[in-house]
Design a protein around this ligand. Structure first.
Ligand code: ZN
Length: 65
């Protein structure tokens, strides 16, 4: 039974890679960062609105690349 509505990614590196692809192919979706989930213990993509409340923005992603 899934704990989250969002699609889970097992590592931040994978989430960051997917994020980069989405940002180039689907910029209108507005996803700009990634964040660790305390519910399912995976990583999710996050929108600009959510990123304003945490540190998982594109700046943080640069450290993972
Ligand atoms: Zn989750």
């Amino acid at each position: 039974m899934p704990a989250c509505q969002k699609r889970p990614y097992p590592t931040p590196a994978i989430a960051a890679r997917v994020l980069r692809r989405i940002r180039s192919e689907h910029p209108a979706r507005g996803e700009v960062g990634i964040h660790p989930c305390q519910t399912c213990h995976a990583w999710h993509l996050t929108s600009a609105q959510a990123a304003a409340r945490n540190r998982w923005t594109a700046t943080a992603l640069a450290k993972l690349a």
